[in-house]
Design a protein around this ligand. Structure first.
Ligand SMILES: *Cc1c(COP(=O)(O)O)cnc(C)c1O
Length: 381
């Protein structure tokens, strides 16, 4: 099956009791047993629920994995991966990480005695140098948020394998439509399902996908034991979302390309960060590991004024000023004050998250309206 068929059919079958084509919302916490321990595979919905299971199976196939596990949020999925570790273990993570991942690492798990090293990942020797005997996990995010850096997953996976370290990739920005980290050597793929996978800005959810039987068993144990699962209603909404993932991602990528081009030619714009440009420092890696470049773009303004950035963002009529990304509607945010506040200011500047940096999550609206909206907002400064 090809991707556009898998999104609609993988992991799904008509409901056995009625033939319902759409997976029903099994709004139940528990399941009748014929005799103690004799049941139909479901005992209690924290462990497993048929609606959630359908989504988990669907996502496993989309990522070319074997096992899917869904959680109540993206960060709950990351939390589950970190619970594979113990005090004294070390983690090497991408330096320009999603703000919430950084906070979970630096302010929650660091307190429990896990050491985190945040490093730029465009040079494998930097990763090699950060590795010690205690390094148990490498955490990669690519493309990165909001700077759109691209990390070479195959190269990182070679380093990880050489030292017997687990490699997890946050694939939220790319989605399985653009990139499949498991095929590139990762052990675990993580998603904030909240974003492109669900795609309609109406659920908070996370997922992990892996291939290895023993690893899956440990993750299932953590999912069940810590209990940060998602409900059946949200699972249903996410399943409805994945069915159109290929169509949405095509349009996000088309619109993204046109907007990135428009911005580079605009006199008020300083830098545009989008991996599809030949001039992008990691373009060749992006081209080799991604099928297209998606709808995430960041740009800074000439003069680097925060007030100008605020003016642009409050003048938009279609791009809505809001956190999050990956929905059908176009959103904009100001990383320095909205999503990346937990990263210290000087650290932010070093990463390129300057005061005038504006991030766009380009939606699937008509491209002409989006460009007109950008143009008139940029004229306001
Ligand atoms: C949103 C996001 C997360 C966290 O997911 P939630 O669903 O908000 O908990 C993690 N990584 C990336 C790249 C994200 O964009």
């Amino acid at each position: 099956m090809r991707f556009g068929t898998k999104v609609i059919h993988a992991g799904l079958k008509p409901d056995p009791s009625t033939g319902a084509v759409m997976t029903p919302i099994y709004q139940t916490s528990t399941y009748q047993q014929k005799a103690p321990g004799k049941h139909k595979g479901y005992e209690y919905s924290r462990s497993s629920n048929p609606t959630r299971k359908a989504l988990e199976d669907n996502l496993a196939v989309l990522e070319n994995g074997k096992y899917g596990l869904c959680f109540g949020s993206g960060v709950a999925a990351i939390d589950a991966v970190l619970k594979l570790l113990k005090t004294g273990d070390e983690v090497i993570a991408t330096n320009d990480l999603y703000g919430g991942s950084y906070r979970l690492f630096a302010q929650v798990f660091a307190q429990l005695g896990i050491l985190f090293k945040f490093v730029p990942m465009n040079d494998m020797t930097v990763i090699e140098e950060a590795i010690t005997g205690a390094t148990k996990l490498i955490w990669v995010e690519t493309p990165t948020n909001p700077m759109m850096n691209i990390i070479d997953i195959i190269s990182v996976s070679k380093v990880a394998k050489k030292h017997n370290i687990l490699l997890a990739v946050d694939n939220t920005f790319a989605t399985p439509f653009l990139q499949n980290p498991l095929d590139l050597g990762a052990d675990i793929v993580m998603h904030s399902v909240t974003k492109y996978l669900a795609g309609h800005s109406d659920v908070i959810m996370g997922a992990l996908i892996c291939k290895d039987d023993a690893l899956a068993e440990r993750l299932y144990f953590i999912q069940k034991s810590s209990g940060a699962v998602c409900g059946p209603q949200d699972s249903f909404l996410a399943l409805r979302g994945t069915k159109t993932l290929h169509l949405r991602m095509q349009r996000h990528s088309e619109n993204g390309k046109k907007i990135a081009q428009f911005l580079t030619e605009h006199p008020k714009v300083e830098n545009v960060y989008w991996p599809g440009f030949k001039e992008h420092p990691n373009h060749s890696i992006a081209r080799s590991q991604m099928r297209d470049y998606g709808g995430m773009i960041s740009f800074s303004l000439k003069g680097n004024s925060k007030d100008d950035a605020f003016k642009v963002m409050s003048t938009f009529k279609i791009f809505m000023l809001a956190e999050s990304l990956g929905g059908v509607e176009s959103l904009t945010c100001h990383p320095a004050t909205m999503t990346h506040t937990s990263i210290p200011a000087e650290e932010r500047e070093k990463l390129g998250i300057v005061e005038s940096l504006i991030r766009l999550s380009v939606g699937i609206e008509d491209i002409h309206d989006l460009i007109e909206d950008l143009d008139s907002a940029l004229k306001s400064v």
